[in-house]
Ligand binder design. Structure first.
Ligand code: BGC
Length: 723
């Protein structure tokens, strides 16, 4: 008998359900209620894991109580939301997704895992893999953006990074793919709201990142708070057990979200917490985060709502995770002597921050001119240390964060840096606007730092009107009419809908929330020390009324035509976004030509797509080249464009390079009318561009010959994404 089964055989029913109980210890607060006397419960053997606590001493104290004072001495595991860094904070996930760089995604996760593991953390509640096409939803900041392929590659890279060479390593964290699934489509962008979508949408768009996460070996999965077509995900047996475990072969731990099991009562699918516990357990949820309902499973057993075998199966999975994490061999594995922070992590944070910045507009205002003598750095985000880290900044230290003002003052030597915050991020006080404007009038150029506080995105941070909060718009008007050119630097966790202001600025930089080195990275871009290479991982709408807006819209029988009113469009806004998915400028100018496919007609062989990319500018640059497919005629109307591959290419000034992509059958498959994967013969339009704007993409048509074939693997599993 293995150790796990041996332990299980020794456990009382109460100890078994204790393993399923995940409690919060409260070093940070990430939900509405706490977990009572954690120490007493650990000693009683009714706690399986603890989260929101870190540091060698606090963790060791609890672990010692579990190992030395509970009857069987089963070690705890310790969890934390390490999404984009532990103490060293990297860019928020949505920002980092825009680097379109799986190696970078992996590297930052690796660094975060090493740092967190050295302070006792065993498991992270990350990566967050919610595809999202609605920037009202505050949690859009936590995930990879709007595209399932990006989401799948992001999932794999993050899981490789967090889990490293293997879970038993003292520097690995178990990863938790969350929130399973569809939370990014919560109705009207309201957090926790119901989700209602077609099965096709679910399988084509929202599940692929989770399939990729399972294929990458993620240790845990967390169901979303929401209900999907009336069934709360916490009680969704068809998805949690059916799809995740049985279809995808997931064999790890399913951990509920914060009090989500108790919330089944509020959802109206359970009469009381005992029923709620039974529903979740039966659906395949192993661990109960904070609600305490699973401690009442013995009552569910006596009411006949669950079988002891269900409890055993969940407890076995939790114990198996502890074994994989090396905790049964050494409960103190991740409590090695504290290491001094590694300089390379901070350098990596700078590198990641720079590569996540998206230059949205530039009318020759950037890099800032060498003749500028007086630079006005204005706005509430210019020197707002605490806002630079973004939400879910774990054990990050806002005092360490570098602001734009800090970095410009430290490194801009050609004249004076003047500063006025003008207004607060939020609130009604406009009394500083006059002075800020007066300062702007005396300057040669203005860096206007506007946007959101860190708490305006993330959980419980939906915004019906994601524009500039408080009196910032008035400050923007004042700066834009002061005379000198305005470089608008936008700090936010989502695209901000301020098209009119963006169009009037001389340059616009989306700086998201970039972590510890935010200001350094922004200054490097403003001063031309770094040539921006970030791209939008999410379409940037003109206005809220366009939401949900994303590039992969499904075809319609009446595609928009300017001359025909009876086509799919608005009377009062264009269909086009302000900035397309994949968009981002640099200080160079890249052009694409000579798109060719070899062969143009093919049976089963891979087809090679080549394009020539040239840097027509005067500085070295890194271009991101996207390949989209459109299935011209299929048994199901397909999106007008679907991202199938992308490549990044470094180009010296004047250099041209051929970029090539290889498409195999899997690139052409989709779900047929019965949601079974299929590859259908016929014509496909290949579009290759610098973003998802089909008007500027190069296009060629290729033909897949031969019979329609069932695909060899499901379309909702993008499992072979290259690293
Ligand atoms: C969030 C999760 C998070 C958990 C633990 C919840 O409120 O939805 O994403 O992992 O809290 O902090």
């Amino acid at each position: 008998m293995g150790r796990v089964d041996w332990l299980l055989s020794k456990m009382t029913l109460q100890e078994k359900v204790g393993q399923l109980n995940l409690v919060t210890a409260g070093q940070v607060v990430t939900g509405p209620s706490g977990s009572g006397d954690v120490m007493a419960n650990v000693r009683a053997g009714t706690v399986g894991g603890v989260f929101n606590i870190w540091g060698r001493e606090p963790v060791a104290v609890l672990q010692r109580a579990a190992v030395e004072e509970s009857r069987l001495g089963v070690p705890l595991f310790f969890g934390l939301d390490v999404l984009h860094g532990f103490k060293t904070i990297f860019p928020s996930p949505l920002a980092e997704a825009g680097a379109f760089d799986p190696l970078l995604w992996e590297e930052t996760a690796r660094a975060a895992a090493e740092e967190a593991a050295s302070e006792g953390i065993d498991l992270t509640f990350a990566p967050m893999l919610d595809i999202c096409r609605d920037s009202r939803w505050g949690r859009i900041v936590e995930g990879p953006g709007e595209d399932p392929l990006v989401g799948a590659k992001f999932a794999q890279a993050k899981i490789r990074g967090f889990q490293g060479a293997g879970l038993s390593s003292s520097v690995a964290l178990a990863a938790t793919a969350k929130h399973f699934c569809g939370g990014g489509a919560a109705q009207a962008g309201r957090d926790y709201a119901a989700i209602d979508m077609s099965d096709r949408e679910l399988h084509e768009t929202y599940l692929p990142p989770f399939a990729a996460a399972v294929a990458a070996g993620c240790a845990a999965v967390m169901p979303a708070f929401n209900s999907l077509a009336g069934i709360p995900l916490t009680a969704h047996g068809a998805l949690v057990t059916g799809w995740l475990r049985e279809k995808r072969g997931f064999d790890g731990v399913v951990v509920s979200d914060y009090t989500a099991i108790a919330e089944l009562v509020e959802h109206g699918v359970a009469a009381d917490e005992v029923e709620a516990a039974a529903l979740a357990l039966k659906a395949g949820v192993d661990m109960d985060m904070v609600s305490g309902c699973y401690l009442r499973l013995p009552e569910a057993l006596s009411r006949g709502l669950v079988a002891e075998a269900d409890i055993d199966a969940a407890a076995r999975r939790v114990l198996a995770l502890k074994e994989k994490l090396g905790l049964l061999d050494d409960p103190y594995l991740r409590l090695a002597p504290a290491r001094a922070p590694r300089k390379t992590w901070s350098e990596l944070a700078l590198d990641a921050a720079r590569r996540s910045i998206v230059l949205l507009m530039n009318r020759d205002a950037l890099p800032l001119d060498a003749n500028i003598r007086r630079l006005a750095v204005v706005g509430p985000l210019a020197d707002a240390r605490a806002e630079m880290l973004g939400p879910w900044s774990a054990a990050g230290d806002p005092a360490k964060a570098v602001t734009t003002l800090d970095a410009l003052r430290a490194t801009w030597t050609q004249g004076d840096v003047l500063h006025h915050r003008g207004v607060d991020i939020d609130g009604g006080d406009a009394s500083g606007i006059g002075a800020a404007r007066a300062l702007c009038e005396t300057a040669d150029a203005i860096v206007l730092c506007l946007g959101e506080s860190a708490g305006m995105s993330g959980e419980a941070a939906s915004r019906a009107m994601p524009g500039l909060p408080g009196r910032q718009r008035e400050l923007a008007e004042a700066a834009l009419s002061a005379g000198p050119p305005v470089v608008l630097v936008l700090s936010s966790g989502r695209p901000l809908m301020i098209a009119d202001l963006i169009e009037r600025a001389a340059a616009v930089v989306a700086s998201w929330q970039l972590g510890d080195r935010t200001g350094d990275a922004i200054a490097d871009v403003l001063l031309g020390r770094f040539n921006p290479s970030g791209r939008l991982a999410v379409t940037w709408p003109r206005d809220v009324g366009q939401i949900p807006l994303h590039y992969a819209q499904r075809s319609t029988g009446r595609p928009p035509q300017s001359t025909d009113p009876f086509t799919s469009k608005y009377l009062d806004l264009p269909n086009d976004p302000l900035f397309h998915f994949g968009y981002g400028l640099s200080f160079a100018s890249v052009s694409l030509k000579n798109l060719r496919a070899t062969p143009e007609e093919f049976d089963d062989a891979p087809v090679r797509i080549e394009v020539e990319a040239s840097n027509d500018g005067k500085v070295a640059t890194e271009a991101t080249i996207f390949l989209f497919l459109h299935d011209a005629v299929a048994s199901v109307a397909r999106p007008v464009m679907e991202l199938k591959e992308w490549a990044k290419v470094a180009l010296a000034p004047g250099e041209a390079r051929t970029v090539s992509f290889l498409l195999d059958r899997s690139h052409f498959q989709f779900l047929d009318r019965t949601l079974e994967p299929v590859v259908e013969a016929g014509d496909f339009d290949v579009r290759v561009g610098l973003d998802a704007d089909s008007r500027s993409a190069l296009e060629t048509r290729i033909r897949l010959r031969g019979p329609t074939l069932a695909a060899d693997r499901p379309s909702d599993a993008i499992t072979d994404v290259p690293g």
